[in-house]
Design a binder for this molecule. Structure first.
Ligand code: CA
Length: 238
């Protein structure tokens, strides 16, 4: 599996899962999509695709899945069927080697959103990926305080016009503090809010994330105050 690791938190461009077992086509598409500032995870069989998509249960990792139908292990139809059975709404574009009506119907009935017949122009694939991502984009929800803003749809954090790079956990802590700006929140409340993403996080870890955030939020005109023995309070800096 060739993996270009997405930087979660500073979200630039779309995150694509590409499932294609033809090595020449796969490598060509990987290059073409990457050149469009898309972050691509390439897997080459149906089982690997199913596994990659299961990881998205807690963190939405992919904006669009591009899925070949003819795969070893389980085919593209079955990958989509399992994805939808888990309740995932991620847009899926199917690729097929033949323009058979029954394949197209079966793909759409299984829960795919779009369909492209090989051979296709790379430009058309890119346009369709963008269209799918636009249709499925969650409504933008921006939290802001001082010069700091967090866009939960794009997962972009900014201080003024400057992008701030945050880890997934730092993002979670900051989002929770910002949702409760002006109120005191306990470390346990913060922990409960970020736990869906992770495994073993302790109250001490919350302190570590907060101290990192304080460094990263320099110039944001916000302050994370320590409420001794209890937790934190995010407020606009005086
Ligand atoms: Ca194939």
């Amino acid at each position: 599996m060739l993996r270009i690791q997405p930087q979660i938190g500073l979200h630039i461009g779309l995150h694509i899962l590409l499932v294609e077992d033809d090595p020449v086509l796969a490598d060509g598409l990987l290059r073409a999509l990457s050149a469009q500032a898309m972050t691509v995870q390439l897997v080459r069989d149906g089982i690997a695709a199913d596994t990659a998509l299961q990881r998205t249960a807690s963190v939405p990792t992919f904006d669009v899945a591009v899925l070949d139908i003819g795969l070893t292990g389980i085919d593209g139809f079955e990958v989509v069927r399992r994805l939808r059975a888990r309740g995932a709404a991620m847009p899926v574009l199917l690729l097929t080697a033949r323009d058979a009506v029954e394949d197209r119907v079966r793909g759409l009935e299984t829960g795919a959103d779009d369909y492209l017949v090989k051979p296709f122009a790379t430009a058309e694939l890119i346009a369709r990926i963008r269209a799918l991502a636009r249709r499925h984009a969650p409504p933008s929800s921006v939290l802001a305080l001082g010069r700091l803003s967090l866009d939960s749809a794009t997962r972009r954090a900014r201080i003024g016009d400057r992008a701030v790079e945050l880890s997934v956990r730092e993002w979670g802590v900051l989002e929770y503090l910002l949702q409760h700006a002006g109120r005191v929140v306990s470390k346990q409340q913060i922990l409960d809010a970020i736990l869906p993403w992770g495994d073993d996080v302790t109250l001490n870890a919350v302190e570590v994330y907060v101290s990192r955030l304080r460094l990263k939020l320099e110039g944001a005109d916000v302050a994370i105050r320590t409420i001794r023995g209890f937790g934190y309070l995010l407020e606009a800096a005086a």
